[in-house]
Design a protein around this ligand. Structure first.
Ligand code: ZN
Ligand code: ZN
Length: 337
């Protein structure tokens, strides 16, 4: 079968591999679509230390069930499904308290273990979710970045009516802002690229700020009538944005860090104490695929607006290389098989 393989950083191609068979307690899926994620680009560029090579990439994987275990009752051949790609051990401390998303022994598809950009994938049955009718194949993989955004909002305990500053208007930031809108929070999107801010406004975000051309602190002060934002979702990994989050957040506010910084960042932790901030990391997600798929099916989160284009599996290797060379030209690309 065909697969998209990274032999080493910078070397990506379509590779013929033996056809995938169903493994024990797993479901065999004929892959119909896959999302190209920032982490796939990081793997291509060789900047993700978690990735080992050679590696079949792809963790945003949707398709049709082909074969199930004999005693399976929930799934049957032909079902439309998406995989939850974070395979956890179930035995470590974080797993024992339900935080399987940050399992000490976590293996993520396309990162630590083979990904799903191939014609078939076999995946643990408890990490497969049915896809509601009506979502086109090229949009189904976007349920994965949406769960990342939803988890970041959950980590920050955002409530209706609260102001949520989202730093970074990439796919995760724009999805977090849209998710905040679904339950009545008020997103304020901060990003240095005006086109991204225009896209945020077209998705219903009332407040957007370009921190390179205006005073973000003063604007947030004015929008929140002096309180500052009860919540900041940091979705860029950029050092200036992470530093900014501490100024944008209110006293007793919450910060959720979902972006991955490339280096250590010095921060004025005295402000954490002075403002009594709750600062939380946010990694992957737990149990949010059903809601994510429902939000997409009901049109409450517009994922199509974030889609730059859809390509074929054959076009995927060249597309990954082009995204790595020209990231500003792309927001989200999916591939369909
Ligand atoms: Zn992803
Ligand atoms: Zn574990």
């Amino acid at each position: 079968m065909k697969s998209v393989c990274l032999k080493q950083p910078g070397d990506i191609s379509l590779v013929e591999i033996p056809e995938q068979k169903r493994e024990k307690d797993q479901i065999l899926i004929k892959v119909r679509s896959a999302g190209i994620c920032g982490s796939d680009i990081g793997a291509y560029k060789g900047v993700n230390p978690l990735v080992s090579y050679p590696r079949i990439i792809g963790h945003e994987i949707a398709g049709e069930v082909v074969e199930v275990p004999d005693d399976e009752v929930e799934f049957m051949p032909g079902d439309r499904v998406i995989i939850e790609p974070y395979v956890y051990c179930g035995k470590c401390y974080p797993c024992s308290i339900g935080h399987t998303n940050c399992c000490e022994n976590l293996t993520v598809r396309g990162v630590h273990i083979e990904g799903g950009m191939a014609e078939f994938i076999s995946h643990p049955r408890h990490l497969v979710h049915k896809v509601p009718a009506g979502i086109p194949w090229n949009l189904v993989p976007m349920a994965e970045p949406l769960v990342i955004a939803m988890h970041a909002i959950k980590q920050s305990e955002t409530k209706a009516g609260q102001h949520v500053v989202v730093t970074g208007a990439g796919q995760i930031g724009l999805l977090a802002a849209q998710y905040a809108l679904t339950f009545g929070a008020i997103p304020i999107v901060v990003d240095p690229v005006d086109e991204r801010l225009a896209l945020a406004r077209s998705l219903g975000v009332a407040h957007t700020i370009n921190p390179t051309s205006s005073d973000a602190v003063a604007e947030i002060h004015s929008i929140t009538q002096g309180r500052m934002a009860e919540v900041v979702i940091e979705a860029s990994g950029d050092a200036r944005a992470i530093r900014g989050a501490i100024d944008y957040v209110s006293y007793a506010g919450h910060i959720s860090l979902v972006g991955w910084p490339k280096a250590d960042i010095p921060l004025p932790t005295a402000l954490f104490t002075k403002k009594e901030l709750t600062v939380r990391g946010s990694r992957n997600s737990v149990g949010q695929f059903p809601e994510s798929l429902q939000l997409i099916a009901e049109g409450k989160v517009n994922v199509a607006a974030l889609l730059t284009k859809t390509v074929s599996l054959d076009e995927t290797p060249a597309t990954v290389a082009d995204i790595a060379a020209h990231p500003e030209r792309y927001l989200k690309v999916t591939c369909v098989l």
